[in-house]
Design a protein. Structure first.
Length: 60
């Protein structure tokens, strides 16, 4: 086992859950477009419309 799996086991979390890597990556790339900056970063200040858009995306 490794450190991550040891921590998951110690926390009593369900290890049967599988992550769809492609779907996760696509979600992260969609999130990165919200508040994107010219140099490749992003800026979603708390309680702004961009922050709400990001939260709404995650909730959906």
């Amino acid at each position: 086992m490794n450190v991550v799996s040891d921590a998951i086991s110690a926390a009593g979390l369900d290890t049967s859950i599988k992550v769809d890597g492609r779907r996760l990556w696509d979600s992260l790339m969609t999130m990165a477009k919200i508040g994107a900056t010219p140099k490749g970063g992003d800026c979603r200040l708390a309680l702004t419309d961009l922050d709400k858009q990001g939260c709404d995306l995650i909730v959906s």
